[in-house]
Design a protein around this ligand. Structure first.
Ligand SMILES: Nc1ncnc2c1ncn2[C@@H]1O[C@H](COP(=O)(O)OP(=O)(O)OP(=O)(O)O)[C@@H](O)[C@H]1O
Ligand SMILES: [Mg+2]
Length: 446
């Protein structure tokens, strides 16, 4: 199994993250949660069928039968069982056994994640192919060796893919069945707004256009609320978290400043400190200056050269290959943050290839005649429509927050620019960059 196919008779197939060629498997794979190596172990063919249930009260109310019976059943039987040649392997999928730690992951965005009491799944293995998965003698699952770690990661990765598909369906169900009357303050205002738009009897296109915006506000409001409530429930407040992180990084930075550490460590710590500072800047009106884009690209490639090395990524600086250099009036830190988010994504998705990982950072005026920074890779490319990618909390990464592209887009808006997704061929690039292409486009040169 080297691909994940969603059961929604799957339009997507997302490759697993792979190890770079020639790297020491055990060490890297162990420390890097994202790498999934099934071929290096005797695990054999894995079949994974699962059903996911929506336990929202509004959805359950649509059921013809008794919803309590269903929720009781799921509480008792929810989980993922494992069978080998048809024989059950205990204690996977027993009540209280959350071997995939689905419960643990739910803390961040509860309504978006699939929990153990929402899934009924069966993993099937072949006895003669899965020798590296060794049953413990006390019927408490498999011995926790490398093969088992990889096996768990693969199953989690599959659940993650279903999750990101399912969130769109959930949203459609909600929209189709939400009753006209809502009590929540903002939501009921939105509903009233939507109704008065109907009364205006605008041309169909205008009506749909306006409704789309209202829907977007509605969705984003719910998501932000969801997150804030989770944080508040844990006695936390997001601004406090930000503040604490900021303080700790500040301390780290000044410690390093005083000590005699290498220039690289200092540079990296400064970068971190700047990044967090940037987050607090986002809420203020920030100072703009004349930014040298070729210098910015150099800086990005320099600061992360260790990460590129570690992930065996070959980088290409487009400016060195003849891309035009230009200046813009903007907030340098914010632009760097946006750029770093695109690069961060490229690093992750290039990790799904075992070899020949390439990243391009350059510039182009080709898309609309306006100046832009291009980030391209030779990874798997996008599996979703572009409008999904920038939605807050949309992610296909098992541990992603789904905020990177959203943040990049918001930043570009504050800088009178935009985040664009050029198609192959829209921008001239060396032909090997056939994966994702992104463009941070500015209004004009400074
Ligand atoms: N270079 C890329 N190649 C392929 N897919 C990508 C790439 N960049 C982004 N994506 C897709 O867009 C999704 C959203 O990206 P985004 O940066 O917003 O969130 P994330 O990377 O998943 O999580 P976070 O950035 O918060 O850690 C990704 O999960 C992935 O599916
Ligand atoms: Mg990201």
């Amino acid at each position: 199994m080297d691909r994940v196919e969603s059961r929604k008779e799957a339009s997507v197939s997302v490759p697993f993250p792979q190890l770079p060629e020639g790297m020491d498997d055990e060490r890297i794979a162990e420390e890097d949660e994202r790498i999934i190596l099934l071929d290096s172990h005797k695990i054999g063919l894995i079949e994974f069928d699962f059903y996911v249930f929506d336990r929202d009260r509004t959805t359950l109310a649509l059921m013809s039968g008794d919803s309590k019976t269903l929720t009781d059943f799921l509480n008792q039987n929810g989980g993922v069982r494992v069978y080998r040649d048809g024989v059950r392997v205990y204690d996977f999928g027993e009540p209280g056994n959350d071997w995939l730690d689905l419960g643990g992951r739910r803390v961040n965005v509860p309504t978006k994640r699939i929990g153990n009491n929402q899934i009924i799944g069966v993993v099937r293995l072949k006895l003669d192919q899965s020798q590296d998965l060794i049953e413990k003698t006390n019927r408490e699952g498999f011995v926790e060796n490398q093969a088992y770690v990889m096996f768990c990661r693969a199953i989690k990765f599959a659940v993650k893919q279903a999750e990101s598909e399912r969130n769109h369906d959930k949203e459609r169900i909600r929209r189709a069945y939400t009753k006209a009357k809502k009590k929540e303050p903002v939501l009921s205002d939105l509903q009233a707004l939507s109704e008065s738009i109907d009364e205006l009897q605008l041309p169909k296109d205008d009506n749909e256009h306006l409704k789309k915006f209202i829907d977007q506000i509605d969705v984003q409001y719910r998501e932000v609320l969801d997150r804030l409530l989770t944080a508040a429930g844990a006695g936390l407040n997001l601004s406090i978290i930000l503040h604490e992180v900021d303080k700790n990084i500040g301390t780290l930075y000044s410690l390093i400043e005083r000590g005699d550490q290498t220039a690289e460590v200092r540079e990296m710590a400064k970068q971190l400190s700047d990044m967090v500072d940037t987050l607090t800047w986002l809420t203020r009106q920030s100072g703009k200056s004349k930014v040298d884009i070729s210098e910015l690209i150099d800086n990005c490639l320099f600061v992360w050269r260790f990460r590129f090395d570690r992930h065996s990524i070959t980088t290409r600086n487009g400016i060195e290959m003849g891309d035009p250099s230009f200046f813009v009036r903007a907030n340098r830190r914010l632009i760097l943050t946006a750029l770093m988010n695109l690069v961060d994504n490229a690093i992750y998705w290039l990790g799904t290839k075992a070899r020949d990982r390439r990243l391009y950072i350059g510039t182009s005026f080709e898309l609309t005649g306006k100046p832009g920074i291009v980030v391209a890779d030779n990874g798997p490319g996008f599996s979703d429509p572009f409008e999904y990618l920038t939605m807050p909390f949309f992610t296909r990464k098992p541990d992603g927050m789904g905020l990177g592209l959203h943040l990049a887009e918001e930043i570009m808006k504050t800088q009178s620019g935009r985040l664009a997704f050029p198609e192959q061929g829209d921008i001239s690039l060396p032909s090997e960059f056939n994966g994702a292409i992104l463009l941070l486009e500015f209004e004009k040169e400074a």
